[in-house]
Design a protein around this ligand. Structure first.
Ligand SMILES: C[S@@+](CC[C@H](N)C(=O)[O-])C[C@H]1O[C@@H](n2cnc3c(N)ncnc32)[C@H](O)[C@@H]1O
Length: 323
């Protein structure tokens, strides 16, 4: 089957859709699909993508590129979420009243033109409450008007063998009623993976990732007034990895570590592992660009499970094997 991927970023969702990768002692089988089109507007994300896949992602704005989308069976896309997110909104979240918040209409247009069998859309949980709860019904109605029977669910990455709490809404729409009837979201798994399983050995972490004594003293002095840094417990799941981990400070809401009384931020590789990218996935860009692409991504393992459920509904499934 042919997949069209829009808003592809560095390819987290695409990797999960394709399968055929290892993560945390598991091998996620190939789903026997081929990416026929992939694109993103961010040149750094496209560079990362193109370093990791044989097929290439096209750099550009989907509003002008959509005319070159070829016919396909499956449309996937995590449409931009900033205007729906409840985190750090400045200016306040405008939802679909912001240009970025209207980009899901690009997926709707592609569905109307190409009529693929199924689509998978992903977004932040805030989509459900944005615009006084008006945005989500508009999104669903628009997909249904394009000819799709839609179902949605909030999935948490920690239920699928990923050491991160990350709640995201997945919307799945089928053209054929029989596929829609056969579809069920993946069941939560029994998984023991936690943050410490994906951390570097502490003595191998470069000094640039540690906070200065001045920053720590300032945080400890102002403990009551500050966010105190969101220190993560290595024995549990990590809080959501955001796109601005490069700016994580001891007074931000981003997760940080304190091991042996030393405070530090995650390395990009640790952030990638927390997002379930395989070790082999390359991030040959600056740390700031890498953190951004990683934080924006759909965890490949989570997408793999969603894709597997879609394939089962369409009678085309594969399995996880021990690596
Ligand atoms: C949530 S991220 C998607 C991440 C991706 N699904 C992954 O798993 O790696 C949304 C992406 O939409 C891209 N984007 C925003 N506006 C766009 C536009 N007008 N045309 C194409 N891509 C756009 C951003 O650069 C960003 O990479």
């Amino acid at each position: 089957m042919k997949v069209c991927s829009v808003f592809s970023g560095c390819g987290g969702m695409d990797l999960g859709a394709i399968g055929g990768f290892k993560y945390a002692h598991n091998h996620y089988s190939n789903h026997n699909v081929e990416i026929a089109f992939s694109s993103d507007i961010d040149p750094y994300a496209v560079n990362i993508y193109n370093d990791n896949f044989e097929h290439k992602s096209i750099l550009g704005d989907i509003r002008s590129l959509k005319k070159s989308v070829p016919s396909h069976d499956i449309l996937i896309g995590g449409f931009p979420c900033q205007s729906f997110s409840v985190v750090a909104q400045n200016p306040p979240r405008l939802g679909y009243k912001n240009e970025n918040g209207k980009l899901f209409f690009e997926m709707v247009d592609i569905l109307k033109t190409h009529k693929p069998k199924v689509f998978i859309a992903e977004n932040v949980k805030g989509l459900l409450s944005a615009n006084n709860k008006q945005a989500f019904p508009l999104v669903i109605q628009s997909f249904e008007d394009a000819g799709y029977r839609c179902t949605f669910k909030i999935l948490n990455s920690l239920d699928y063998g990923i050491p991160q709490k990350r709640e995201r809404v997945f919307i799945i729409g089928f053209r054929e009623a029989e596929h829609g009837d056969a579809f069920a979201f993946p069941d939560a798994l029994d998984s023991t993976i936690v943050l410490k399983d994906v951390l570097e050995q502490e003595n191998k972490v470069e000094s640039k990732y540690f906070f200065s004594q001045k920053a720590i003293d300032g945080m400890l002095r102002n403990r009551e007034r500050m966010n105190k840094g969101r220190v993560q417990d290595p024995n549990r799941h990590c809080n959501t990895i955001s796109a601005h981990l490069s700016k994580a400070s001891l007074n931000s809401v981003d997760p940080v570590l304190c091991i042996n009384d030393r405070y530090r931020r995650f390395t990009p590789r640790e952030a990638a592992r927390i997002q379930s990218f395989p070790e082999s996935f390359l991030f040959n860009v600056s740390n700031t660009r890498a953190y951004k692409a990683i934080g924006n991504a759909v965890p490949p393992v989570l997408m793999w499970h969603v894709m597997q459920s879609v394939m089962i509904a369409m009678n085309n499934s594969v399995t996880i094997e021990a690596a």
